[in-house]
Write a protein that binds this ligand. Structure first.
Ligand SMILES: [Zn+2]
Length: 567
């Protein structure tokens, strides 16, 4: 799970970039360049060696008994003993906190791949391997975008650095015109971005990065924010303008800081001019939203990118092929992130001696459950659709692995739209704030936003289980302060229009601490959540058509239970 503070830090950097021309120092830049993973010589497995030794000693009857037992594993879906073995290794100090670009993550990748191979899960990565290489690039944009404003037949063009400042990651070069422009006052966070699809919105205050993500997901054409404009970044420093794993040749919502000269002109045909807005704002008066009159904006995006730094990490990808000749080119995707925060390299303070962020819950729990799920599907009855399992890297630093996968799906998957649903699990082994009353509670986020049908599948699947969980939709509430929907890998798929469900057991005092360790994990709870994910995946993978996308947004929120109407 990505920290909210990190996202806010990004927003601060973006605001700085726009307002005073400061180039944000990407935090990932400080991380040491990694080396290729060492070969893991003898990974502990789930007991295969143990069985083999005893088989020799005990003879044929035991062999038969054990092989029968082994065949039964898929129907009980997830073995808590196997998960405990896997997670004990994955969250051990040996893996040094699985920091992206560090050796520990390479060990984890190799270990996951070994479990997949052993469990009969096919490789889905590059060149027939289990690994998909993820380049994380530092980019400078040397292009000069421009914004042309037309008000009542008068036209003025503002070039980047001259009265306007474009955020540096503007996507592919293109030109588009919009004549619907809405002033939304100064409260950028509370605005329902989906209501302004296809329009340009104007805010007085710079929105936080989550609001920008929501605006882009909601289909807003561009965001303009009032601010003093400054010349672009200093071309002599050589530092990247931004760091990303996303494609540069796709359209992206521009976020533009605009100065008073442009704003005076932009509002000149409206009932309220910009001078009046400024006066009201300085008196802290409430500002009403309104549509600007007689305005046409032409945005010319110039993305002239240079790669100035690169780092590599990798996703782990496994495939279980479907049985239906027609449907098996489509997929249900299952995801978790296997990276975490690494280790403290500098001095420790006070009495502290522990340097390693073990990340047993975040997201060792999802990583482990996903291994169990992939193996269970490989051994169990084949689904009609194919299944792809992705262990994403770089989630904590900025969803690098999932952003890359969604932009560049491997050959085994083909087009990203072949994925009909993505089920993401990140932190499912604990109780929120250590509340023991939540031992049967799982938080589900995002299920209804793109496909009401998928939300209903979740409810039905849970009801069909021998021990149903208590599904809590509180964190799907748009008013929820944690804004979880934007903070883990499912968002990379959702922003491509793929229906998702995110499973989460809640934050706790060990979140992002060195104390997130394996002995605190509730394996029974993990197995139950895994079983639910299995059942939802199985149902979606077997249905005739993909879940219907109706894009109706979040409706199941605090206190919600049960299905939603599809009418
Ligand atoms: Zn995290």
């Amino acid at each position: 799970m990505r920290m909210k503070r990190n996202l806010e830090q990004d927003a601060t950097n973006n605001a700085k970039e726009s307002r005073v021309g400061v180039v944000p120092k990407p935090h990932s830049y400080k991380v040491r360049f990694g080396t290729t993973p060492a070969v893991w010589a003898t990974p502990p497995d789930s007991g295969g060696e143990f069985f083999k030794r005893h088989i020799v000693a005990a003879g044929l009857i035991v062999v038969l008994a054990i092989s029968l037992l082994a065949q039964n594993i898929p129907t009980s879906i997830l073995s808590t003993d196997a998960m405990r073995t896997w997670l004990t290794y994955i969250s051990s100090d040996d893996l040094e906190g699985r920091g992206t670009f560090n050796e520990g993550l390479g060990l984890a990748a190799t270990y996951i791949a070994d479990q997949l191979k052993d469990g009969g899960v096919s490789p889905g990565g590059d060149h027939g391997s289990y690994f998909q290489r993820v380049p994380v690039l530092g980019i400078r944009n040397l292009g000069r975008s421009s914004l042309t404003v037309e008000v009542k037949g008068q036209t003025r063009t503002f070039r980047d650095g001259e009265g306007v400042t474009f955020q540096k990651f503007v996507g592919v070069s293109r030109t588009f015109t919009v004549d619907q422009v809405e002033f939304l006052g100064n409260n950028a966070e509370s605005t329902k971005t989906a209501d302004y699809k296809g329009k340009v919105v104007v805010w007085l205050d710079y929105p936080d990065s989550i609001t920008l993500l929501a605006a882009e997901e909601g289909g807003i054409s561009a965001v303009l924010t009032a601010g003093s404009s400054n010349p672009g970044s200093d071309s002599s420093s050589g530092a990247p303008d931004f760091v990303t794993s996303q494609r540069l040749d796709l359209p992206r919502m521009p976020s533009i800081t605009v100065g008073p000269e442009l704003l005076d002109f932009l509002f000149s045909a409206s009932d309220t001019n910009y001078g009046q807005i400024r006066t009201r704002s300085s008196r802290s008066e409430a500002l009403k939203a309104f549509a600007l009159k007689g305005v046409r904006l032409t945005i010319n995006i110039d993305g002239n990118y240079r790669v100035v730094s690169s780092q590599f990490t990798r996703n782990v990808v496994g495939i279980v092929e479907g049985s239906d000749p027609q449907l098996r080119s489509t997929f249900v995707a299952f995801g978790a992130h296997y990276d975490h925060l690494g280790y403290i390299q500098g001095p420790l303070y006070g009495e502290a001696t522990d340097r390693i962020y073990n990340g047993a819950d975040d997201d060792g729990s999802g990583t482990t459950a996903l291994i169990g799920l992939a193996r269970a599907f490989a051994k169990g009855e084949k689904t009609r659709r194919s299944l792809v399992f992705v262990w994403h890297a770089g989630e904590e630093l900025g969803l690098y692995g999932s952003r890359y996968f969604a932009d560049n799906p491997p050959e085994s998957v083909g087009d990203i739209n072949n994925i009909v649903t993505q089920l993401n699990i990140d932190m499912i082994g604990r109780n929120r704030d250590n509340r023991s009353a939540e031992a049967s509670t799982v938080y589900a986020v995002g299920a209804d936003r793109i496909s009401t049908e998928l939300h209903n599948t979740l409810v039905d699947a849970n009801a069909s289980m021998s021990r149903p969980l208590s599904i809590n939709f509180e964190m799907n509430d748009p008013s929820d302060g944690e804004r979880i929907y934007y903070r883990s890998d499912h968002f990379s798929y959702a922003s491509k229009g793929i229906p998702i469900i995110f499973f989460f057991s809640g934050l706790h005092p060990d979140y992002h601490q060195v104390t997130d360790t394996v002995e605190k994990i509730d394996f029974d709870k993990m197995a139950r959540i895994g079983q639910l994910v299995y059942e939802i995946g199985r149902r979606v993978a077997n249905q005739d058509r993909a879940p219907v996308k109706d894009f109706r947004g979040a409706r199941a929120g605090r206190g919600a239970t049960g299905k939603l109407s599809t009418n």
